[in-house]
Design a protein around this ligand. Structure first.
Ligand code: GBH
Length: 438
């Protein structure tokens, strides 16, 4: 059985959340609307019309939630800042919103929990969306100003910062499939958004170097293991193409200052120009990559699909999201990232949605324990294979607003009863507590 003591001494275990998914208090203390408020209030965009107005009410219950983290024995906590809470119009400061994050950070530190902050986990101020959002090149400078403000405000106490969460999702789910806010469906827009997201990242890293001398800054990407879904040689080719599009696209420019050539070709084809000066900003050196790993993705060659490929279902056991459980992919991708980019890594998200049932005050989520244990093992194998993996954040601390799926999917190690806001440690949290002592 895997034990905590098998991991390096300074390895940290934590949980992760995101502001819009847990905070609630959407209209309190001067918070402005984000693209996700508008999107989730638009009929048909989220399952059952769910939205983050109340969510887990973490804005009011953060002390209780930190107490639970402490009880489990977590070393660290990754959360995101709601840009429209601190800058309701995307530019001007809302002191009450800033105060919340000061209280949150102080409470974490008092409990010896190391804060990791994500600056952007998808909740763009709606006022900036009205100015063009991620399609407006100026967005990178607005983001830089917001980041600079937050570094100044919290950088004395917070030493670990992540600029963006999963720019692939913000650009492709937000602007191409329309599954996420702002719900556009335009390939050219997705390409522009992706580039502006990376520019915003680079600007924030530059600001970080000026403001926080003794901290670390990185970028978190969703890292997908892409495999061919059948044995046709064409399917191997599309798998490697899709791999470039979801993985290398968001890592290569940050380290090498170059998009993979397949991405460059797509920009050219769509008549978009990429400036060298932009690439220099994007390639401002970072300290680590955050890895969000959930599953593998199978693709096959499909001449009838305009993209040239289709997604197919695999036959491994699946989570409630329909995602295959594939721990080996975590090992493979950690080793791949290490070889290609030679940077320290954190797993900033890993976890599963389960068929959780609260029965007699207990949630027996043995499947989640098994999922986590297997992924912990693969993380450890990666460390032993020479990967500089420094920490592991479970998604998520508690059940929360799962974007387009609303409250129907539960990823937490803590169960949330949305009628009463009562929190109940699932068996996985109790298992983790024992693990962390071992
Ligand atoms: C994360 O994104 C988010 O950062 C977090 O906010 C969210 O709550 C969490 O995941 C859980 O969803 O169709 O089988 O090929 C995850 C991004 C993108 C990962 C789609 C899985 C495809 C699975 N996901 N991806 S599959």
């Amino acid at each position: 059985m895997i034990r905590r003591s098998d991991f390096p001494k300074d390895f940290i275990f934590g949980t992760a959340t995101a502001a819009y998914q847990i905070e609630g208090a959407a209209n309190e203390d001067g918070r402005g609307p984000s693209i996700w408020d508008v999107f989730s209030h638009t009929p048909g965009k989220t399952l059952n019309g769910d939205n983050g107005d109340v969510a887990c009410d973490h804005y009011h219950r953060y002390k209780e939630d930190i107490k639970l983290m402490k009880e489990i024995g977590l070393d660290a906590y990754r959360f995101s800042i709601s840009w429209p809470r601190v800058m309701p119009d995307g530019k001007n400061i809302n002191q009450k919103g800033v105060d919340f994050y000061n209280r949150l950070v102080d409470e974490l530190l008092e409990n010896d929990i190391v804060p990791f902050i994500t600056l952007y986990h998808w909740d763009l101020p709606y006022a900036l969306y009205e100015k063009g959002g991620w399609l407006n090149p100026d967005i990178a400078l607005y983001f830089r100003a917001y980041a600079t403000f937050m570094f100044n405000e919290l950088g004395d106490r917070v030493k670990h910062w992540i600029t963006l969460n999963e720019p692939w999702c913000s650009s492709f789910l937000g602007y191409f499939t329309g599954e996420h806010a702002p719900g556009h469906k335009d390939l050219q827009e997705a390409l522009i958004a992706a580039h502006n997201l990376l520019r915003a990242h680079g600007h924030a890293v530059q600001a970080f170097r000026e403001e926080v001398k003794d901290g670390k800054v990185g970028l978190t990407n969703v890292v997908m293991k892409i495999e061919p879904g059948d044995s046709k040689p064409e399917s191997f080719l599309v798998a490697s193409l899709v791999d470039k599009f979801v993985n290398a696209w968001y890592h290569d420019p940050v380290v090498f200052g170059k998009y993979p050539e397949e991405a460059v070709a797509l920009y050219l084809e769509k008549g978009l120009q990429i400036l060298d000066s932009d690439m220099n900003i994007i390639a401002t050196p970072i300290d680590f990559f955050g890895v969000n790993y959930y599953t593998r993705t199978l693709v096959i060659f499909d001449p009838n699909n305009p993209l040239g490929f289709s997604y197919v279902q695999g036959d491994l056991p699946k989570t409630e999201m329909g995602w295959e459980i594939y721990p080996q992919g975590l090992f493979d991708m950690l080793v791949y990232l290490k070889e290609r980019y030679r940077l320290p890594l954190y797993i900033t998200e890993n976890g599963m949605a389960g068929p959780d049932k609260l029965e007699n005050g207990r949630v027996q989520d043995t499947y989640r324990i098994e999922y986590l244990e297997k992924h912990f093992e693969k993380a450890l194998e990666a460390i032993n294979a020479g990967v500089d993996l420094k920490g592991y954040f479970i998604w998520s601390l508690m059940d929360n607003f799962e974007w387009a799926y609303g409250y129907s999917k539960r990823f937490g190690i803590i169960y949330v009863d949305y009628n009463t806001q009562k929190r109940i440690l699932k068996d996985s949290a109790l298992w983790l507590k024992e693990f962390l002592k071992s």
